[in-house]
Design a protein around this ligand. Structure first.
Ligand code: OVM
Length: 400
């Protein structure tokens, strides 16, 4: 990569493309190279700034006043242009608007709902893992990571049984769209219309069962907290953020434990480590690799002046490998203190659905710990490239 320092930006300038296939496939070596030049760099290709250091990232994420989400968390700048879809009323707004919608989802995902999900999801995990263990060889992504969330989560939301094959492509759209209109973006949008249409049709009150998370969102209308349209938009948020992310989470977890059998043995010996193991998977592999913020005013960040209404790329996955924060950051170590990792973000927008994601990952891991001694990779894993998500398309496994 070509790093040049120009005086007008007062920070390193690079033409590196974080959304190139090469960077998305293995971002970590690039982060390291870039980090050596400073915590903030200017990406000339996209006319935006990027932040790499854990502390700088958490400062930015905690300062929603200056670093806004309201102009979108993608490269598209709603201050200047229209987005590809009506913007999310929870992700792409700042307080106080954000707090109102967030409270609705927080309540919908509160303890009684989680306890019900735990009971239902546990049955699904037991059944699926038992089937796969009996088969011995399977694809960790196509047969497990994609199957499990796509069964349990839409059931919990209260979605129709038909059309669920649209959920993953929609996730792919949503997360590819936070970035430039590159080939990945174009591919995701090739046949997008029927997918978007199906998703929107499932967000209405009538389309949902009477007792799922979706119906609970609509209950907030009766309480006068949100209106009918807003309730539909919050269902859309669940469907946007709740599927692809957990598929990758489970796939990445399988990948880590297959790659590092010593860590699998540590987990087998002490299954109570499952929770930190999940956090370490999220730190080590990352979930969402990057999102943007937009400056609300001229700001000074690590000595660099950034004008108002400019985009800043938050490289969560770089922060989670920052050696100033993490000892031996490139080591997958489920016994480390993972507190503060950026796998679910940080600040007011920290993932509101993380208990659901954790639950799914935990139940799958727990079931594997119970039934499997060894996990081994039988052929090269294939990466699934996405502009903001890190995950696999295929992970051939043998378990015994
Ligand atoms: C949303 C949403 C929430 C989190 C992540 C996300 C782009 C979307 O509310 O639609 O991915």
């Amino acid at each position: 990569m070509n790093i040049q320092i120009t005086s007008d930006k007062y920070c390193p300038v690079t033409d590196w493309d974080p959304f190139s296939d090469e960077a998305l496939a293995d971002p970590f070596s690039f982060y390291e190279e870039l980090r050596a030049h400073g915590p903030v760099v200017y990406l000339s290709r996209y006319a935006c700034w990027a932040v790499l250091d854990f502390l700088v990232i958490t400062d930015v994420l905690n300062n929603w006043q200056d670093y806004s989400s309201a102009d979108g968390v993608g490269l598209e700048n709603y201050h200047k242009e229209k987005g590809w879809r009506p913007k999310s009323i929870i992700l792409e707004v700042d307080p106080p608007d954000h707090d109102k919608t967030r409270r609705v989802l927080t309540r919908v995902l509160s303890r009684p709902a989680m306890e019900k999900m735990r009971r239902d999801f546990a049955i699904g995990a037991e059944k699926l893992v038992s089937e796969l263990v009996a088969r011995k060889t399977f694809d960790g992504v196509a047969d497990l990571a994609e199957v499990y969330p796509l069964k349990v989560f839409p059931d919990a939301v209260g979605l129709n049984k038909e059309g669920r094959e649209n959920l993953l492509p929609y996730g792919s759209l949503v997360f590819n769209a936070t970035c430039p209109h590159n080939q990945l973006f174009e591919n995701a949008f090739k046949e997008a219309e029927p997918i978007i249409e199906w998703i929107m049709s499932q967000c209405s009150r009538e389309a949902l069962t009477k007792d799922g998370l979706g119906a609970h969102i609509y209950a907030a209308v009766e309480q006068g907290v949100v209106n009918e349209d807003e309730a539909g938009m919050l269902v859309r948020s669940l469907l946007s953020a709740g599927v692809d992310t957990t598929v990758n989470g489970i796939g990445n977890a399988l990948h880590c434990f297959a790659k590092f059998p010593d860590q699998w043995q540590i987990l087998k010996n002490d299954p109570s480590l499952a929770r930190t193991a999940i956090d370490e998977v999220l730190r080590f592999e990352g979930g969402v690799m990057s999102f943007f913020r937009t400056t609300n005013k001229d700001v000074e960040l690590c000595g660099t002046t950034i004008p108002a209404h400019e985009k800043i790329l938050i490289l969560f996955s770089a922060g989670d490998r920052d050696p100033k924060k993490w000892q031996d950051p490139d080591k997958f170590d489920i016994t480390r203190n993972t507190k503060g990792h950026l796998g679910f973000g940080a600040g007011v927008h920290t993932c509101v659905g993380q208990m659901v994601a954790r639950l799914e990952m935990e139940l799958v891991l727990a079931e594997l710990v119970r039934q499997v001694d060894h996990i081994e990779i039988t052929a090269d894993p294939v990466r699934k490239l996405n502009n903001s998500l890190r995950g696999l398309a295929s992970l051939p496994l043998r378990v015994s």
